[in-house]
Design a protein around this ligand. Structure first.
Ligand code: FA5
Length: 332
């Protein structure tokens, strides 16, 4: 097909990575020309269908290969240009003195704490080293429970560990306070994770509301979180998906419409148009039992501060938040 051949020929002339990505989406994206051609195959039959499918697959392979080569070449050019621009002259006098700046993570954390404390949630920080019981067993995850494997844990001796989430603050709050309880547990948590969206230390905000039986329900949880997400991200859509956490029933995960591509489809949202931001649900009866509470109802939620910072500041590598690069701080 001439139009496909023209698109293939354009790859070699693309001038930057953004233009290359646009071209890739034009061809391979959800609404891309090749994707549409493949969809149309169902209208053909026999030889004609087999022939066209073969041609499309050949084109796809050629395009993917040309795209990868051009991408590599453009990345090399960008690196070269950057290295030239960043040449250091140690003999120059220092004319730039920066004032002390807040870190994007502290800013996000303070914003969240301020929002929830104004709604009457009491702040708990909790201990970073926890008994295994508070991090897992009391949250309905006994030793054999497969959900423990989802949180790769740093253990100490004597059944102690670095908390893998802020959910232990729920149990401590329920054991030390009489309902009604309305708290947020905030602070560092630890897991053996390391990639562009996961670091070994990250911070969470836990929310817990407990009151007498039947007084707290899923509708309250939905309202509180949707209000918060609109306050935090502005004009976005919110989607609830049913999910599983051992300590909540029913459980849900909440997505927001992609803040990077406005649901057009991009790498960050994996072309789904949605980004997951938090987990939530009604407190499981087994958790109340472990905490020693009877005839109560409640909801809980947990979100990652780094994740919210990445999304609100359009940062695509979480690890950059932990590097001491002043340019990142100055950008915000
Ligand atoms: C939990 O940790 C649950 N305790 C949350 C919860 C609380 C659910 C109360 C229901 C009721 P999860 O493993 O999905 O769930 O982690 C919650 C958030 O922490 C994730 O959405 C993500 O934003 C963040 N997170 C998890 N692991 C990492 C990591 N290694 N680095 C950075 N952020 C992380």
């Amino acid at each position: 097909m001439q139009v496909l051949d023209d698109l293939l020929a354009r790859v070699a002339h693309v001038r930057d990575l953004k233009e290359l990505e646009d071209l890739r989406l034009q061809v391979l994206g959800k609404k891309g020309i090749l994707t549409q051609e493949f969809t149309q195959l169902k209208n053909l039959s026999g030889q004609e269908k087999a022939h066209k499918a073969q041609k499309l697959n050949q084109f796809k392979e050629a395009f993917t290969q040309a795209h990868a080569q051009r991408k590599q070449a453009l990345q090399n050019l960008e690196l070269k240009a950057r290295l030239q621009a960043e040449k250091l002259d140690p003999s120059l006098a220092n004319t730039h003195i920066s004032a002390s700046l807040g870190h994007p993570l502290s800013y996000t954390k303070d914003r969240i704490i301020e929002y929830f404390t104004q709604l009457g949630f009491k702040l708990h920080l909790g201990e970073l080293v926890q008994e295994e019981f508070y991090n897992f067993d009391a949250l309905n995850m006994p030793a054999y429970h497969p959900a423990r494997a989802m949180q790769d844990t740093f253990y100490f001796k004597d059944h102690k560990l670095l908390r893998t989430h802020t959910s232990p603050t729920q149990i401590h709050a329920m054991q030390t306070q009489e309902p009604p309880i309305k708290m947020i547990g905030v602070g560092p948590t630890f897991r053996r994770d390391y990639d562009t969206t996961h670091t070994p230390m990250f911070s969470q905000v836990e929310g817990l509301v407990v009151d007498s039986a039947h007084k707290v329900h899923f509708g309250h949880l939905k309202q509180v979180l949707e209000d918060f997400l609109h306050y935090f991200f502005g004009d976005i859509k919110v989607r609830w998906r049913s999910s599983f956490f051992p300590f909540t029933e029913p459980s849900a995960e909440v997505d927001i419409s992609c803040v990077f591509c406005k649901q057009e489809g991009c790498k960050v949202c994996k072309h789904t148009g949605w980004l997951e931001v938090l987990g939530a649900g009604c407190v499981h009866p087994g958790v109340f039992k472990h905490a020693g509470l009877k005839n109560v109802s409640g909801y809980a939620f947990g979100l990652g501060i780094e994740r919210l910072t990445m999304l609100s500041c359009a940062i695509n590598d979480l690890r950059s938040l932990f590097e001491t690069d002043l340019r990142l701080l100055e950008a915000f």
